[in-house]
Design a protein around this ligand. Structure first.
Ligand SMILES: Cc1cc2nc3c(=O)[nH]c(=O)nc-3n(C[C@H](O)[C@H](O)[C@H](O)COP(=O)(O)OP(=O)(O)OC[C@H]3O[C@@H](n4cnc5c(N)ncnc54)[C@H](O)[C@@H]3O)c2cc1C
Length: 378
């Protein structure tokens, strides 16, 4: 199916089993309680999920991008919260360290990230810098053998639980985007604190916080990818990250589609299951079509990344389409459930709330259109 290799199918099945047996039983509770699913992390570590794309020499399992995407999809099919915790950890923390890190940085950080001993995060957004990353004001000033960072990042996923953060700061304000640098910052560095946690509409089990840097001391050895090269590091990370956010959208749309099919078969009105009505059948058919198209775009972008091709446009297309699919399919799933779908008795309202974020983080739908347009007009 989808030309997946035997290894990829094994990993997909392992993720399905974990999601069904260990995530599904808590998925609704962590959403209702706005609780970070700490109990899942040791199991994900045991299964090797945190080190999926990290080479064996750095403690990972050396899996390919497609395997990783399949795991995100399977987690999101049951809990988008679990999917985003993993997505941020791998796509925008471990992988940029692997891609841009020095040998010493890889040896120091990757083994712990790969075995789940530490959790990763990525911080670029600020109050004045969202879609337009050039509005950054967090500063990094060279002092002795290190840098002093000052500023506040907002909306940082995994913020309250992460140990290792990739943080963008301005090292040369006259150079705009070319004056940004990425730093590997540990939560125990002096001057680092976690600020306010957000109360969110969806992915309620995930941690989204401010990160406050007040004269935070970071060793020069922790510059990732070279001084003033932060924009390249960030954009590389986000290009890859968009594929896994697309997979999150595909997974949660698939979960909502399955829930809608089950309900449509068992709910009887006018003396027959509602699935017997062509109006419901066409809705389900459109939902299945959208999920399939979003999945194929996502797998295509993953394979292009695997083959080291330029996948920027394909990742943006996959994420945009998955975001639209996730919203549309989850909205229809609630519609098919009728009144009970609007309550917390069934999971489809959670899927609908979770779906909204796919079109916002790691670049809004509008930003994806900007990326696509830039590519096709070049
Ligand atoms: C739950 C959650 C988790 C997040 N996790 C992280 C994280 O881990 N790390 C991190 O750094 N950030 C994170 N973010 C931040 C996220 O990436 C930003 O919210 C997002 O990029 C949009 O930025 P903004 O919120 O400032 O919106 P704005 O940039 O202010 O955009 C507002 C609206 O204007 C539109 N818009 C902006 N510019 C244009 C334009 N030129 N043309 C057309 N429309 C435009 C946008 O598409 C959007 O609809 C997270 C956000 C949330 C909500």
């Amino acid at each position: 199916m989808y030309n997946l290799t035997e290894d990829q199918l094994l990993i997909k099945n392992m993720a399905r089993e974990f999601a069904e047996n260990e995530v599904r039983p808590i998925a609704s509770a962590i959403d209702k309680e706005h609780r970070f699913p700490s109990e899942s992390l040791p199991r994900m570590a045991e299964l090797g999920i945190f080190g999926l794309t990290v080479p064996e020499e750095f403690g990972g399992s050396g899996g390919d991008v497609t395997s990783y995407i399949l795991v995100i999809e399977e987690l999101a099919r049951v809990s988008a919260t679990h999917a985003v915790i993993l997505s941020v950890h791998i796509s925008v923390c471990s992988l940029p360290i692997l891609q841009f890190g020095t040998d010493a940085q890889k040896k120091k950080y990757l083994p712990d990230l790969a075995c789940g001993k530490t959790l990763g995060a990525f911080a670029i957004t600020e109050a004045g810098a969202g879609s337009d990353a050039s509005g950054q004001t967090t500063s990094a000033v060279r002092k002795g053998s290190g840098y002093i960072l000052n500023g506040t990042k907002i909306f940082i996923t995994n913020g309250g639980y992460a140990d290792v953060f990739l943080i963008m700061a301005v090292t040369d304000k006259d150079k705009g985007m070319r004056g940004l640098t990425t730093f590997i910052v540990e939560k125990n560095f002096p001057g680092f604190t976690v600020g306010q946690a957000e109360e969110k509409m969806g992915i309620c089990g995930s941690s989204t916080t401010e990160i406050i840097l007040k004269d935070c001391v970071v060793p020069a050895d922790n510059v990732l990818g070279g001084e003033n090269n932060g924009f390249k590091v960030a954009m590389g990370a986000l290009d890859g990250g968009r594929i896994s956010i697309a997979a999150e959208g595909v997974g949660l749309a698939q979960g909502a589609l399955e829930a809608a099919i089950d309900y449509a078969k068992q709910r009887v009105q006018f003396g027959k299951p509602i699935a017997a009505n062509q109006g419901i059948q066409w809705m389900l058919a459109d939902m299945a079509l959208e999920v399939e198209a979003a999945r194929l775009l996502t797998y295509n972008a993953a394979r292009m990344k695997e083959q080291h091709l330029n996948y920027s446009k394909q990742a943006a297309m996959a994420k945009l389409h998955a975001a639209q699919t996730a919203m549309d399919v989850t909205t229809k799933a609630v519609q098919i459930h009728g009144g009970i779908g609007y309550t917390r008795s069934y999971p489809v309202e959670r899927y609908m709330r979770d779906a909204k974020i796919i079109g916002i983080y790691e670049g809004t739908n509008e930003v994806q259109r900007m990326v696509i347009a830039k590519n096709i007009l070049a």
